[in-house]
Design a protein around this ligand. Sequence first.
Ligand code: DOR
Ligand code: ZN
Length: 349
Amino acid sequence: MTIIKPDDFHVHLREKDVLKIVLPYTSRIFQRAVIMPNLSVPITNLSQAYKYKQNIYSEIPKNHKFEPLMTCYLTENCNKNMIAQGFLEKIFIAAKMYLSHTTTNSNHGINNIKKIFPVLEIMQKIGMILLIHGEIYNKNIDIFDRESRFIENIMKPIRRFFPQLKVVLEHISTKESVDYVISEKKYLGATITPHHLMFNYNDMLSNKINPHLYCAPILKNKKHQSALHSAISGNCKRFFLGTDSAPHFITDKECKLGYAGIFNAPIALEMYATVFDNLNVLDKLEAFCSINGARFYNLPLNKEKISLFKFLHIPKKKFLLKTNNKNFIVPLFFNKKLKWTTKLKKNNK
Ligand code: DOR
Ligand code: ZN
């Protein structure tokens, strides 16, 4: 089947030698991508964003057409006028909110949500999207409840104060989030990753532990996975593609205290196609991958097309990507058959 070339509305490209080796897997398939700002020194101002964007551009292979869409990491001391200026000058497409301690490099994130109300107010006014890592961290909250508690304790209050703020709940993983997105009208969208669609925690834990399936939010049970399946099978146009491809060195994944993050960029679109096919909803794939997100972000639809072929195969079990500093990155390891593969359409017809 042939679809409009997709966009990835949530990806981690990292920097330096990691950026260099992971970027082509994203730029090969996706026309545009929303770039996460959680570098070890987070992207919190215009000059950092500008520099990071240049670094990304300098690593795009010559035959790839790709546009990085930059985001600003929100901190409690952020400058609301600078963020608004960045949006109006098209340097930032959105701003990202992490509560502290929820995931990789979230330690500069928010502890007291009220501190960022002034910036949320200005974002609501100018139509700038707030991207949310929707989890709350607290010793007393079960890891599997972090997302649903976030909706109740943080998301709903934000909504009461800012009813017209455009929000994307990122990488949703629970039935509660699906229901919440559907219950809202037009100002709330959500991205769904290929791994939350394809796997549940049994895939990570029921035999030997697979650290390459460890991510934040953590994979949930089958009931929640089915709710995500209903979301992509239904008629709500506010669910769309965001891979959350998040590479880490093998030494940070296969170790005592491993990082959350799944590097799925090399096979993300094939994973989505496989899930949509298994659910018998391939007719919804193009809207999810290439239309709904662009419409939510008020971006034009891409002109180019991409072809997917049904071709049963087992991707190479493990291929290591070597970085300059002689460490490795392992793309998502499959023990499942993939039914689909992709090819760029040369003539664009
Ligand atoms: O699994 C994840 N990894 N989830 C996130 O939210 C962040 C990401 C990362 O940056 O490693
Ligand atoms: Zn992410």
